[in-house]
Design a protein around this ligand. Structure first.
Ligand code: NAP
Ligand code: G4F
Length: 325
C-alpha cells in the first residue's frame, strides 16, 4: 500500500484529501500540531483510519522525524496560515509558516529520502493584480498580500528544489475552492452560514466587505483529486486548477439568499473593517493544461456549490436548535 503524509489534515482540503486517499487504498498519516483543544471536527468520521504524527511546520526537527518514522511515499503540504486578511495583521508569522516552512519540508525530504513525491499547495492569490485574463501556468505573479507573497516564495522554492536536487516536487496553483467544511471566516462560508442564520431568525444582518471582488470558485472535493493526479505523473510539474468561471461576492450573496427565498439587499451591510489594504479584484483561471495532461476537470457548478453550502449550514443550525429544544 502506498503511504501519504498530509500536513494540514485538520483543514478543509486535508479532510477531503484524506478521504480520497483512503478510498484509493492509501495508508494516510496526518501531521497535527499541538493545540489546547482537539480540533479534528472535519476528520472525525475517518479519524480511526488515519495515523497521526505530531509536528509543526515551524519546527524543522519535527518534520524530519515525521518522515523518518512514517516513511511516506508521497507528501502533500497543505498546512499554511491560509487566511489572506490575517496575513496583513501577522505578516511575519505568515512568512514563516506559508513561505519558509516549504523549504523546511523540502529539506527534510532531501535529507531523509529524496525519492518521496511532494505536492505544494500554491495559490491563485499569487496572480494578485492579474497580468492577463484568464490566468495560466505562465501568467506572471503580482501578489497583493503578505499571504500571496509567501505563496510565491513557496512556489518558487518548490521549482528550485525540483531543478536543483531532482525532487519529484509539483505545485498545484489552486483557485478558490469551497465546501461546507470551509472555515467560517472565508467569504463563501460566511455568506452561507449568515444567510442560514437569518432564515432561521437567529440574525438579522450580515456584515461584509468588498462585494465587487470576483473569484473563480470551485468545490474542494473536486480539487483534491487533481492534487493526487499530479503526483502520479512520471514528471513533476505545475498546474492551474480552477473552474474557469468567475463570479462576484455580490452574485454569491444573491444566489445564497435567493435559495432561502430572501433578498440579500435587505440583510447584507457593507462594513469597512472587512476591506483589505490591497485587494485582488478579479481571478479566473484556465485549466487547459490539467485537462490535457491530468485528464482533470471540475464537476461541480457554481450554483450547485452555493446550494450545497447553504443547505449544509441550514441543516447544521437546525440541528443545533433542535439540540437546544
Ligand atoms: P485551512 O482550512 O485553513 O487549513 C490549514 C491547515 O494548516 C490546518 O490544518 C492548520 O492546522 C494547518 N496549520 C497551520 N499552521 C500550521 C503549522 N504551523 N504547523 C502545522 N500545521 C499548520 O486551509 P485549506 O483551505 O484547507 O487550504 C489548504 C492549503 O491550500 C493551504 O496551504 C492554503 O493556503 C492553500 N490554498 C487554499 C485555497 C482554497 O481556496 N481553499 C486555494 C489555494 C491554495 P490547525 O487545524 O491546527 O489550525
Ligand atoms: O474568501 P476570501 O477570504 O478568500 P481569498 O482572499 O480569495 O483567499 C482564499 O483563496 C485563495 C486562492 O485565491 C487561497 F489561496 C487562500 O488561502 C484563501 O483560501 O475572500 C474572497 C473575496 C476577497 O476579495 C475579499 O475582499 O471576498 C472579499 N470579501 C468581501 N467581504 C470578504 C468579505 N472576504 C472575507 N473573508 N470576509 C468578508 O466579510
Amino acid at each position: 500500500m502506498p503511504k501519504a503524509l498530509i500536513t494540514g489534515i485538520t483543514g478543509q482540503d486535508g479532510s477531503y484529501l484524506a478521504e480520497a486517499l483512503l478510498q484509493k487504498g492509501y495508508d494516510v498519516v496526518g501531521m497535527v500540531r499541538r493545540s489546547s483543544t482537539v480540533n479534528y471536527e472535519r476528520i472525525a468520521h475517518i479519524q480511526g483510519s488515519i495515523e497521526f504524527v505530531n509536528g509543526d511546520l515551524l519546527d524543522q526537527v519535527s518534520l524530519i522525524d515525521a518522515i523518518k518514522i512514517h516513511e511516506p511515499d508521497e507528501i502533500y503540504n497543505l498546512a499554511a496560515q491560509s487566511f489572506v486578511q490575517t496575513s496583513f495583521g501577522q505578516p511575519v508569522l505568515t512568512g514563516e509558516t506559508t513561505a519558509l516552512s516549504v523549504t523546511r519540508m523540502l529539506d527534510a525530504i532531501r535529507i531523509v529520502n529524496p525519492q518521496i513525491r511532494f505536492y505544494q499547495a500554491s495559490s491563485s492569490e499569487m496572480f494578485g493584480k492579474v497580468a492577463e485574463v484568464p490566468q495560466t501556468e505562465s501568467t506572471p505573479f503580482y501578489p497583493r498580500s503578505p499571504y500571496g507573497v509567501a505563496k510565491v516564495y513557496g512556489h518558487w522554492i518548490t521549482v528550485n528544489y525540483r531543478e536543483s536536487y531532482n525532487l519529484h516536487a509539483s505545485s498545484g496553483i489552486l483557485f478558490n475552492h469551497e465546501s461546507p467544511r470551509r472555515g467560517l471566516e472565508f467569504v463563501t462560508r460566511k455568506i452561507s452560514y449568515g444567510a442560514a442564520s437569518i432564515k432561521l431568525g437567529l440574525e438579522e444582518k450580515l456584515s461584509l466587505g468588498n462585494l465587487d471582488a470576483k473569484r473563480d470558485w470551485g468545490f474542494a472535493g473536486d480539487y483534491v483529486e487533481a492534487m493526487w493526479k499530479m503526483l502520479q505523473q512520471e514528471e513533476p510539474d505545475d498546474y492551474v486548477i480552477c473552474s474557469g468561471m468567475t463570479h462576484s461576492v455580490r452574485e454569491f450573496c444573491d444566489l445564497a439568499f435567493s435559495h432561502l427565498e430572501l433578498n440579500y439587499e435587505d440583510h447584507v451591510v457593507v462594513d469597512e473593517q472587512f476591506f483589505r489594504p490591497a485587494e485582488v479584484d478579479l481571478l479566473v483561471g484556465d485549466y487547459g493544461k490539467a485537462k490535457n495532461v491530468l485528464s482533470w476537470e471540475p464537476s461541480t457548478s457554481f450554483k450547485d456549490l452555493v446550494t450545497m453550502m447553504v443547505e449544509a449550514d441550514l441543516a447544521l443550525l437546525e440541528g443545533r436548535l433542535k439540540g437546544l429544544a
